[in-house]
Design a protein around this ligand. Structure first.
Ligand code: ADP
Ligand code: TRP
Length: 323
């Protein structure tokens, strides 16, 4: 399997990103090809402060490595280090039908709200198609919201193959990331940067505790029995705790006499223990930026070598360059 996925550096990673995506990328890194990249070109459609963007990219690389992405197994790189991807984007753009892009939700949602979209946002799915096609990827792990973009990718790849009457590109399949991991945020809605309800993976402990203590709960009095399954704190606790720990806390909920503060403290302890090793690895990486840059450079070298092959195939198929 040739696995590839990209993640946008638009903020620090939160628990939703970890359980909904990053953990699953790491689980797939033993495949014949596992390419993961930081989608900084895509992030340009929303992050317009240069220092902020480069900080997010650096943090994304450090966080992924700290969380267990192993450069000996997976290839990690910055999207913008691969100029071949923007060249392929143009080739694909020439065979992408407008109506496909008009249907894509990022653009459609903006338009529905009356917000003017840039051409970058409109053609965002074509760059994403190039990201995938450039490495002959056949499996793309993504959240449900991105499945539409994989369909566009298949369509565009197929159209190119048909127009040039050659199997130039591989058609990728989406690998839909587990929905059981739909992590709720501090307000009970889906955890998302856009809702301001996130808990960052590497939040500083004092702030982490404060955020956890502020998680929304109902007003059942301390003495009353509580239903763990109806509580946001318990849902989050389950992500970090063993079955035994979960059963023990559930019993505390049901027997009454436990306030939400106690459940929140258990969540804080469990989350801290869960990410303790990653936090140590992160501190080492922060102290060693050269090591992180080396990983990204080596990743880009490998990705470019593969990308060049596929791009040359595409250029030849459409009659570009010397004959
Ligand atoms: P955000 O919504 O915070 O902007 P992104 O859209 O950048 O997050 O998500 C990056 C990845 O993390 C995607 O694969 C997405 O499916 C996953 N993800 C984000 N939030 C959650 C969540 N609350 N639960 C499960 N997965 C999530
Ligand atoms: N658009 C994806 C997101 O917002 C990120 C991304 C860019 C991507 N290029 C990709 C994901 C290629 C998978 C494959 O989450």
């Amino acid at each position: 399997m040739k696995v590839l996925s990209g993640i946008q550096p638009t903020g620090r990673f939160h628990w939703g990103n970890y359980f909904g995506a990053i953990r699953q990328y790491i689980a797939l890194q033993n495949n014949e090809q596992a390419f993961y990249f930081i989608a900084d070109l895509h992030a340009l459609t929303t992050v317009r402060e240069p220092q902020v963007l480069s900080g997010f990219v650096q943090d994304a690389a450090i966080d992924l490595l700290a969380l267990g992405l192993d450069p000996a197994k997976a290839t990690l790189f910055r999207q913008s280090d691969i100029p071949e991807v923007t060249e392929l984007t143009w080739l694909l753009m020439t065979v992408t039908q407008m109506h496909l892009l008009e249907k894509c939700h990022a653009y459609k949602d903006k338009k529905a709200k009356g917000i003017a979209a840039d051409a970058g946002l409109f053609t965002y799915p074509v760059l994403m198609a190039a990201d995938i096609i450039l490495y002959d990827s056949n499996v793309v792990p993504v959240g449900v919201d991105q499945v539409q973009h994989i369909e566009v990718t298949r369509d565009v790849a197929q159209r190119f193959n048909t127009i040039y009457n050659k199997e130039v590109f591989v058609l990728p399949e989406p690998h839909v990331l587990s929905q059981t991991a739909k992590v709720p945020g501090t307000d009970g809605e889906k955890m998302s940067k856009s809702y301001g309800n996130t808990i960052e993976i590497f939040e500083e402990p004092k702030k982490l505790r404060k955020k956890i203590m502020a998680i929304k709960t109902d007003s059942t009095p301390v003495e009353a029995p509580k239903d763990p399954e109806a509580c946001n704190v318990f849902t989050l606790y389950k992500l970090f705790a063993s079955q035994e720990q979960q059963d023990a806390l559930a019993a505390r909920y049901r027997s009454g006499g436990m306030g939400y503060g106690e459940a929140k403290q258990s969540l804080f302890d469990a989350a801290n223990a869960y990410f303790a090793e990653a936090r140590d690895r992160r501190a080492q990486l922060v102290a060693n930026p050269k090591q992180v840059e080396d990983v990204l450079q080596e990743g880009a070298r490998k990705a470019r070598a593969k990308g060049r092959e596929v791009l040359d195939r595409a250029r030849e198929a459409c009659g570009l360059g010397r004959t």
